[in-house]
Design a binder for this molecule. Structure first.
Ligand code: SF4
Length: 478
């Protein structure tokens, strides 16, 4: 069967030019997995005897049985074999599913692992796409074309909800085992880091730097995966980055990373501080598992992951902040990371690490609880503790969060007749002045009650971006 597969047997084009194609809700025939559904993708290495090349098994309804405009669960399992195929390569091959499926015209693949999100365009159906088996075969064709060390491959696609649900725990166990491998290794132990450019089709200046202390922001590539990918596919998207000289141990600045930042970003950046949130931070494409956001009102950082459906403590949901964080830019004040980075001993060490973390969704906090220093576990708020910034401030004070000690005093009760309003907010960060993003999130409503003799002046800022050098408030004489 392998010899019979050629690109012209499929009723759709396949080319890198379709990467980056977005399918809007009104154009979509069906959505598979995604933020409102369930699904995953996984690659398993097997022996040559175990694999029937190009075999596809579909468990659950196929495209023709699906209702237009509806959403279905979706798991994609690939079993691969070849003389050079080994377990270390599973995640490397798995991550390329994102790239190769996006070569298919009318098919959009986003994210990775248990976060996959697929849409199929109505036009693809009109042109003759009838079955997910065609998608599976086209993807396997691309895998074998682009990664010739794969000698045999078969696919199991699942759209049956019960079957996807049943298999998710096993997949999660595999992801966890992969992540755990790098926990014993640190940047000091190696001479080489890895830089991934796979997502430059969506975010042209994005440069993912992967070190033993910093998993990729998609969470799917560890340092070991980078090493394996660069070895088997030296011309592929994973590049070797010689570590070079350690320029600043406090922030994770290496000469080799700075040089790679210039080369891989096409000259857009010349500096990346690996463990910094506010200055020369790592770029973020759009595949991040978690978004971090600076909260100037408390001089701390909040985090939100894809699965969190509500609004965060700053009033914004994941989706809004994802738009501001992604695109392959360095955005001081926003940062995309992989969940495993929370366990890094170098986690945001340039900015105070865990001592600056003030808010997480409960489900994310539970997931990374083992990484939170014991004395901070009860001091980091979740949506169950605080709903807005006022409640957050009160919570942090009440719990004695270390960030509170960095706050300067609030505006005094007694005010002179002519009050120069301070330029800084009531709570002033003591971190180095960040290069704040030009598109800081608009807080939904941040009322600032300013006590003055004889009453209160209340300023309500809605949807505003305001820069004020100085405000003078004068008492009116009658
Ligand atoms: S997020 Fe980074 S590491 Fe992950 S696939 Fe994209 S470029 Fe590569």
């Amino acid at each position: 069967m392998a010899e019979e597969i050629t690109a012209d047997v499929f009723p759709f084009d396949m080319s890198p030019m379709y990467e980056g194609e977005r399918i809007r809700g009104e154009d979509m025939y069906v959505e598979l997995a995604g933020p409102k559904g369930i699904g995953f993708e996984i690659v398993e290495a097997a022996s040559m005897e175990e694999i029937e090349d190009y075999k596809v098994t579909l468990i659950g309804p196929d495209l023709e049985e699906m209702e237009e405009g509806a959403r279905y669960p979706y798991a994609m399992v690939y079993r691969v074999a070849g003389e050079m195929v080994e377990k270390d390569l599973e995640s490397v091959i798995e991550r390329r599913n994102h790239e190769f499926q996006n070569f298919i015209q009318g098919y959009m693949h986003l994210n990775q692992r248990y976060d996959v999100w697929i849409r199929i365009n109505k036009d693809a159906i009109k042109k003759g796409l009838k079955s997910l088996k065609q998608i599976a075969q086209a993807t396997m064709f691309l895998f074998k074309q682009e990664l010739p060390f794969i000698e045999k491959i078969e696919a199991i696609y699942i759209t049956d909800e019960a079957e996807v649900e049943k298999r998710i725990p096993d997949a999660m166990k595999v992801y966890e085992e992969r992540d755990a491998r790098t926990r014993e290794l640190s940047e000091e132990d190696v001479d080489t880091f890895y830089g991934c450019t796979l997502c430059q089709s969506f975010a042209p200046t994005n440069v993912c730097v992967i070190t033993p202390d910093r998993v990729s922001l998609c969470g799917a590539m560890t340092w070991f995966d980078g090493r394996a990918a660069a070895k088997v596919d030296p011309e592929g998207p994973m590049k070797i980055i010689p570590k070079g000289e350690l320029l600043n141990a406090e922030v994770g600045e290496y000469s080799g990373v700075n040089e790679a930042a210039v080369t891989l970003s096409g000259g857009e950046y010349d500096k990346i501080w690996l463990h910094s949130f506010m200055q020369h931070p790592h770029t973020s494409c759009g595949c991040f598992e978690v978004i971090g956001f600076y909260i100037p009102e408390v001089d701390g950082f909040g985090w939100v992951h894809r699965d969190f459906k509500g609004v965060t403590v700053n009033g914004l949901p994941f989706s809004t902040m994802a738009g501001q964080t992604g695109g392959g830019k360095q955005i001081p004040g926003f940062l995309g990371v992989g969940i495993e980075y929370f366990r890094s001993p170098k986690f945001l060490m340039a900015d105070g690490g865990w001592n600056k973390i003030v808010w997480l969704p409960k489900s994310l906090k539970d997931r990374v609880q083992d990484a939170i220093p014991e004395d901070l576990v009860d001091k980091v708020a979740t949506e169950e503790d605080t709903k807005d910034l006022d409640e957050l401030k009160a919570f942090l004070k009440d719990k004695g969060h270390p960030v509170v000690a960095t706050w300067v005093e609030e505006i005094p009760e007694e005010v002179p007749e002519e009050i120069p309003v301070p330029e800084a907010p009531a709570v002033t960060p003591t971190v180095p002045t960040p290069e704040m993003p030009t598109f800081m999130p608009t807080m939904p409503t941040v009322p600032t009650g300013m006590p003055v003799a004889g009453g209160t002046v209340r300023l309500v800022l809605k949807g505003a971006k305001i820069h004020i050098d100085k405000v003078i408030v004068k008492r009116e004489t009658k």
